[in-house]
Design a protein around this ligand. Structure first.
Ligand code: PHB
Length: 397
């Protein structure tokens, strides 16, 4: 009898233990809003491969019992209605504690109010229009702004060229790139001799390139969303003989995006860009990142800035998950993101500006050269160190 009682007590204790075990485990649910289909699928793939590689390397660093569950959703392209619907479902139905990803500015702008209403922090891995982070106190950006690349590009170009033509994709980041480059270039004494905005969806670049050729500028500054459009505009630039006409192609690094360089032929050789990331960067952290990437995804694949956005975004997410031991509080999360720093990102040192929740990073002048048989964005000099988003700095004045 006594034996039976003890046995029952032991059994009861075991039940408590087995019941308690799942309660101690903490799953952080995160909604990853991306693009996996259509013309921009490769960009989305790079962003996802970036954070997946990070997860694979660092999952072991999460506190015991804490795990991250990523729910992947495809907005299909720049599609604000779809993005908003996906964010709503992720918040209400899937009960995610964080949102991340977001390739396109129109999608980020559509999601922004929901992050504030529902108090669900959003870690942006790509979308680069400056205004985005002002639309909700629950957004932090780990990617870039177009002002960060295009303003220093304008300042630098004014020292080399007298005239420039500006061609940008007709949406948020294009408008920012245009304004930023124009400011840097004209304040440095350069003259803008022409200006055009190309459609965001399915543009035919040939007629625009003809117009540019006829205007005979010293330089052509271009922004288009990286991916297939970069290759298409490079082709039109080559086919219409702008290079032979002596027009120097310049822009933010979106136009010579690393993953598309192998598809562009020789046209990009000599193209000059300013940007925060090149897979050819020779920082040790980048060498390690590129090495791990090639091991995971193939020797001929190079990570793009989308990939490093995914990687760094995930590093920031790991930081907030670790610091809170998996129990995500939205306001605590934002405080942690505001103080986030990584001296050793593949792109160089990065941090978040606590005032604006936007990324602070270096910008490099690069030239496309042939390195070991393949084209690469070779970093020539650091044109800006620990640069805050210039648009927000100008708003303060
Ligand atoms: C954006 O929508 O903000 C965006 C998209 C593609 C880029 C850069 C920015 O290459």
């Amino acid at each position: 009898m006594r034996f039976q009682a003890r046995w029952r007590a032991a059994l009861a204790a075991m039940c408590v233990l087995t019941l308690a075990a799942p309660a101690a485990a903490q799953t952080v649910k995160i909604g990853f809003i991306t693009v996996t289909t259509g013309a921009n699928a490769t960009s989305g793939e790079h962003m996802e491969r970036g954070w997946r590689l990070y997860m694979k390397q660092h999952e072991k660093d999460l506190p015991p019992g804490v795990r991250i569950e990523m729910i992947v959703r495809d907005a299909g392209g720049p599609n604000p209605d779809k993005a908003k619907q996906l964010a709503q479902e992720l918040i209400v139905r899937d009960k995610v504690q964080l949102l991340t990803g977001v390739l396109f500015t129109p999608n980020a702008l559509a999601i922004a109010p929901l992050t504030a209403e529902a108090k669900v922090p959003l870690v942006i891995m790509n979308a680069g229009t400056s205004v985005i982070t002002t639309r909700s106190p629950y957004i932090a950006r780990l990617s870039f702004t177009l002002w960060q690349s295009s303003l220093p590009m304008g300042t630098w170009a004014a020292k080399k060229f007298k005239t420039a033509y500006v061609a940008v994709s007709d949406f948020g980041p294009g408008h920012d790139a245009e304004a930023a480059f124009t400011k840097g270039f004209t304040e440095g004494g350069g003259k803008i001799v022409g200006n055009v905005r190309t459609p965001l969806q399915n543009p035919d670049f040939a007629p625009y390139m003809q117009r540019v050729k006829d205007a005979k500028p010293d330089a052509l500054f271009v922004f288009i969303p990286a991916g297939k459009q970069a290759t298409a505009i490079m082709k039109a630039f080559g086919d219409l003989g702008l290079k032979q006409a002596g027009i120097q192609l310049i822009g933010p690094g979106d136009i010579t995006t690393d993953e598309e360089l192998p598809n562009m032929g020789d046209v990009p050789l000599g193209v000059l860009t300013v940007f925060h990331y090149s897979s050819a960067g020779d920082r040790p952290a980048n060498k390690a990142f590129v090495g791990a990437w090639k091991k995971e995804y193939g020797a001929s694949s190079n990570p793009s800035f989308f990939a490093v956005g995914g990687w760094d975004g995930m590093d920031a997410i790991f930081h907030v998950v670790r610091e809170q031991k998996g129990k995500i509080d939205p306001d605590k999360t934002m405080e942690l993101l505001k103080r986030y720093k990584n001296p050793n990102s593949p792109r160089g040192p990065i941090s978040i500006d606590p005032e604006t929740r936007d990324i602070v990073q270096n910008e490099y002048l690069r030239e496309v050269r042939r390195v070991g048989g393949e084209l690469a964005n070779v970093e020539l000099e650091t044109v800006a160190t620990a640069l805050k988003d210039p648009w927000k700095e100008l708003q303060k004045k």
